[in-house]
Design a protein around this ligand. Structure first.
Ligand code: NAD
Ligand code: DAU
Length: 351
């Protein structure tokens, strides 16, 4: 208890997932005077083995629980008296939201409300909502001059992005109505260590390593703006400490690639043939292009991405090669059933 009282106390929800776990490591490494509490339900996307290296760290505590559980959340806030709350916990996969939206609405919207109510009741320096560039909808492929700014209207395409947008609006409402100190970050596609192998990059790496077919949706022309996960963590660190109360910050590093370019880069790095690529039925409502204008984060916070896509994709592939057991354990479990369900009807079909 004495150790705790002298330290800044940060709640990281969803810290057993991809970006949340990278943020836990980032904060514990960077701030010796910070304590980090991770609240995570350990859904299919959460993996306690990811946090193995910090489990015995005196400045880290793991709590298994649901952000929609009011009583559990209130008790945790009462006990811990958090300084900062960073909300990563979410259902995060677009394809799953098309299959069944309900859990997305519950976790992503109601969970955010429960966390904000506790933040109000127990007083926090800052509630930070980790949002996404998907709240802006998409941009056309033939207008490379267009980018998402913080002023771009919210215009969502999938149940996932609609749930994230709803949460963003609620966060802004709590700021205006209840004066809850908040910030929101809207980041582009992340990649790096510990990403669940249902997302494009780890899915393609893990399947290519097994010489399995690589399911590219539609023609593979959709564009995503890729950011190495540590650059996202650095941006959130700057926002919670230096960002202005009530503000939204777009985060992205101008690394636009078509899906086909990404898949071909992975195949080249792994020395695997392009014949593994299989064009499958397109995602319903598939956003064409995401592209972030990060100039506000640059000018107001001095944020700059440090890892180029060329470097980051090599590091990521190496991580998946060096940590086979991490993703093989996932793939051998329930995920196999998900893959068959999700792609069984897609194989062979084209856009
Ligand atoms: P992820 O799916 O890898 O991890 C989500 C984590 O949240 C998991 O550990 C899961 O167990 C936990 N969780 C889910 N429901 C919960 C609940 N009810 N209570 C407590 N914990 C729960 O997700 P990610 O890719 O790391 O994304 C993290 C956040 O960043 C999300 O809010 C997402 O919308 C946002 N985001 C992601 C990206 C990206 O490219 N992955 C980009 C921009 C923003
Ligand atoms: O932009 C930020 C968002 O990025 C986050 O908010 C989401 O949580 C995160 O999942 C991600 O969403 P995307 O839908 O862009 O990511 P995903 O990895 O699912 O897909 C990336 C692109 O690759 C997209 O155009 C769909 C395509 N794709 C994806 C899969 C899984 C394929 O062609 N084949 C696939 O098998």
């Amino acid at each position: 208890m004495e150790v705790r009282n002298r330290l800044m106390n940060v709640l990281v929800t969803g810290g057993a997932g991809f970006i949340g776990s990278n943020f836990v490591f980032y904060m514990l490494n960077k701030y010796p005077d910070y304590r980090v509490v991770c609240l995570d339900l350990l859904t299919y996307a959460g993996n306690l083995s990811t946090l193995e290296t910090v489990m015995n760290n005196q400045r880290f505590r793991f709590v298994k629980g649901d952000i929609t559980d009011k009583e559990l959340v209130a008790n945790l806030f009462k006990e811990e008296r958090f300084d900062y709350v960073v909300n990563f916990a979410a259902e995060s996969h677009v394809d799953r939201s098309i299959e069944d939206p309900s859990i997305f609405l519950k976790t992503n919207i109601l969970g955010t409300q429960v966390l904000m109510d506790a933040s109000r009741a127990y007083g926090v320096k800052r509630f930070h909502q980790v949002s996404t560039d998907e709240v802006y909808g998409d941009l056309p492929l033939d207008r490379p001059d267009l980018f998402f700014t913080e002023k771009t209207p919210i215009h969502t395409s999938s149940p996932y992005s609609a749930s994230k947008a709803a949460a963003d609006l609620l966060v802004q409402a709590y700021n205006r109505t209840f004066k809850l100190p908040i910030t929101i970050s809207r980041c582009s596609n992340n990649y790096g260590p510990y990403q669940f192998p249902e997302k494009l990059i780890p899915l393609m790496i893990s399947r290519a390593l097994k010489d399995d077919s690589l399911p590219v949706y539609g023609k593979g022309e959709n564009v995503r703006d890729w950011l190495y996960v540590e650059d996202h963590c650095a941006a959130i660190d700057l926002i919670i400490h230096r960002g202005k109360d009530g503000e939204v910050y777009n985060i992205g590093g101008h690394n636009e690639k078509t899906n086909l370019e990404v898949v071909k880069t992975i195949l080249k790095e792994l020395d695997k043939p392009e014949s593994l690529i299989t064009y499958v039925k397109d995602r319903a409502g598939h956003d064409m292009r995401y592209a972030i204008d990060p100039s506000k984060a640059r000018s107001e916070l001095g944020w700059e991405p440090t890892t180029s896509f060329d470097e980051g994709i090599k590091q990521t592939i190496k991580w998946y090669l060096d940590n086979r057991s991490w993703w093989e354990n996932i793939i051998n479990g329930d995920y196999q059933k998900y893959y068959t369900r999700m792609y069984g009807s897609r194989e062979g079909a084209t856009a």
